[in-house]
Design a protein around this ligand. Sequence first.
Ligand code: KG4
Ligand code: ZN
Length: 343
Amino acid sequence: MRLLAVESSCDDTAAAVLEDGAVRSSVVASQDDVHSEYGGVVPELASRSHIRAITPTIARALADAGATLDDIDAVAATFGPGLVGSLLVGLCAAKAIAYARRLPFIGVNHLEGHLLSVQLERRVEFPYVALLVSGGHTSLYLARALGEYELLGSTRDDAAGEAFDKVAKLLGLGYPGGRIIDALAAQGDPAAIRFPRARLKARDGVRRFDFSFSGIKTAVALHVRERGAVAADHPDIAASFQEAAIDMLLERSFAAVDACCAERLVLAGGVSANSRLRARAAEAAAERGLELIIPSLRYCTDNAAMIGIAAHHRLARGERDDLTLNATAIADLTAPRAGAERQ
Ligand code: KG4
Ligand code: ZN
């Protein structure tokens, strides 16, 4: 079965072709240069860019797979969560193809795509604890089986990727900041500045595995305001911020693994592309005899192949959506089908 998958939930227009669950092509058209001067994603500009990019991106994915629409047996697209104006572009394109070609269609929750992105390169046995850490999300899930995800904790305020992006903006380094901080931190001393590690008390609705990244973002801003930061200081600030962020991510991830008696930990989402996070997670996992699985860099950040693998498994179970499926800003992963709105 050949499947065309489309993803447009934020600022990347992506399309992929999968054949029986194997990736035949994966194309991502980045909008980084559209948003870089604003230091973050501008939703209205994102949806306009998606409109321009969607048809050529789908055409490229088909061409790279050596296929045409005649070869496609099913179509999938992200329905949420994300920016509704962005989501609508990919979702409508996919639904239009399914309608015109009378093909089965399925909507995919973006977060399920990230959680299953590890399954693109190898078969990972359930259950696993997954740290989903991106520009929009920082959450820990227990993935029990396909479609069975328990939320263990999530950020109370900013996502970790948002903090990376804000620190980069603060230092005047451009957008998206994660990759820039990652490279700069390699030249700095992670122990140069002791930024606070937030430890939330498990009360007032706060869960043991919840995160908070607003405090560290403010601490970096205060440090820069009080001490100033010339370019020569940037590597130490980047390395110290990054170390604190990673400490918080890993402390809770390993605590969640222990609490669930899990044998594997999965990292997913844009921030899991971070080289220091990958290295420290690998070291800590090895010490504990824990299996750690992190996707290749191209499957950490937003892509349509991960939407395709989630769709592949759901289609194989006989699931379909009708073409009234609507885009939704918030979609609960613990009840993905319930999160899917129909018009
Ligand atoms: O998964 P993703 O592409 O989009 C969302 O669903 O949010 O994640 C994007 C986020 C951005 O905040 C970006 O700065 C961050 O991932 N990111 C990184 C790295 N590469 C991307 N953060 C830290 N280190 C990196 N190497
Ligand atoms: Zn994402």
